[in-house]
Ligand binder design. Structure first.
Ligand code: SF4
Length: 167
């Protein structure tokens, strides 16, 4: 399965010239809303888990990619790292910070990432067999506003009715 994406930023630990791999965290800027950890843990947002796995594959020889975070850039009250995929210990050692809903161990984080990878592979296989099950998310959560296929999508019947009546 091939995926395309662009990672906004990689933060690497400073001053690590020893033999150990430099620790790094990937960061994705979001000017809109950020997926909550609850949604991420429900398996609804593939971007960060797949970015994290891809980056580990790409930089694994030189960097130990320990986690990821969204950096929300919204109003002055809504700026900062959100929905981190990292263990409590790694975040504390990397930045001295703490956050809610972090992972207890690298194994727990890896199992979480692997579940996403397996699910992505399953969906990919379904698509290759012509199966496109409709989303169970609402229009906002599914980000239909940004979808290239929204005009032909069978999920939103009301929009289809509007298009037909406009012709
Ligand atoms: S418009 Fe349809 S295909 Fe596009 S994101 Fe929404 S539900 Fe999915």
């Amino acid at each position: 399965m091939k995926l395309m994406g662009k990672i906004d930023r990689i933060d690497a630990e400073a001053g690590n010239d020893g033999e150990a791999r430099t620790k790094a965290i990937l960061v994705d800027y979001k000017s809109g809303s950020v997926p909550s950890m609850t949604e991420m843990k429900r398996g609804l947002h593939f971007q960060m888990p797949l970015y994290l796995l891809a980056l580990r594959d790409l930089l694994g020889d030189r960097f130990e990619v320990i986690g990821s975070a969204y950096y929300q850039v919204k109003s002055p009250h809504e700026i900062g790292l959100k929905s981190l995929l990292i263990t409590k210990e790694d975040l504390r050692r990397f930045s001295g910070a703490t956050a809610k809903n972090l992972f207890e161990s690298p194994d727990e984080l890896l199992a979480f990432l692997c579940e996403y990878a397996n699910r992505a592979a399953q969906i990919h296989a379904q698509i290759q067999h012509g199966e496109f099950p409709p989303t169970t998310l609402g229009e906002t959560a599914a980000k239909c506003e940004w979808c290239d296929y929204r005009r032909i999508c069978r999920v939103d019947h009301q929009r289809m009715a509007n298009i037909v009546s406009d012709v």
